[in-house]
Design a protein around this ligand. Structure first.
Ligand SMILES: [Zn+2]
Length: 199
């Protein structure tokens, strides 16, 4: 005889598929959701539904957006001469929280990782090349992670756009090689971006 009801086992199975959540944590979360008021639990369900139905990638920079363009691309106060290239939307968020960079972004949605079978075609490099060639950028900031793959991706972009003669800056100062941008602390990111501090 099964000890759990069908619904409870299903919830545990789904929770256990989340990254970093093992079977025990999934059980704890499921029992927590059974205990909290119905409205709180359904608010979580609604939030999940809402991101899946409403969130998409920005047409220009591939940041998360709830329309064709993200709030950064739509912001008229952003400096359209600076373009900072990052791997993932979460890297962009880490840099924004460091709160000193006034320019635009381009999110690659990954990095070149030959060992995992991820090549340049699977990233947003074509759109990047198009933006850089059509835009008025005066400086490109390579903020891919300081890992072997991140460095390789930065090098690939430098070569791809070498003929534009737009200067590149590698954002790596102060960030330990191998550390991941997402987890670098705010002070270090702020320092790394100090060259673009608003005056
Ligand atoms: Zn955007």
């Amino acid at each position: 005889m099964p000890l759990l009801t069908e619904s409870v086992s299903q919830l545990i199975d789904h929770l256990a598929r989340l990254p970093g959540i093992g079977k025990k944590s999934a059980e704890r979360l499921a029992y927590h959701l059974l205990r909290v008021p119905k409205a709180d639990a359904l608010a979580l369900a609604d939030a999940i539904r809402s991101v899946k139905e409403n969130v998409r990638y920005c047409d220009d920079c591939f940041n998360l957006a709830e329309g064709p363009k993200c709030t950064i691309c739509l912001d008229p106060k952003r400096d359209r001469r600076l373009l900072c290239i990052v791997e993932q939307p979460r890297d962009l968020i880490a840099l924004e929280q460091a709160a000193t960079y006034p320019g635009l972004y381009h999110v690659l949605l990954g990095r070149i990782a030959p060992l995992e079978g991820i090549g340049p075609d699977q990233l947003t490099l074509e759109r990047l090349a198009q933006r850089v060639r059509q835009g008025a950028f005066e400086e490109l900031i390579l903020a891919t992670n300081p890992t072997v793959e991140g460095d390789g991706t930065a090098l690939y972009i430098t070569n791809m756009l070498a003929d534009t003669n737009i200067p590149f800056t590698r954002l790596a100062r102060g960030i330990t090689p191998g550390s991941v941008l997402e987890f670098a602390n705010k002070e270090i990111l702020a320092d790394a971006l100090a060259g673009w501090q608003k005056v």
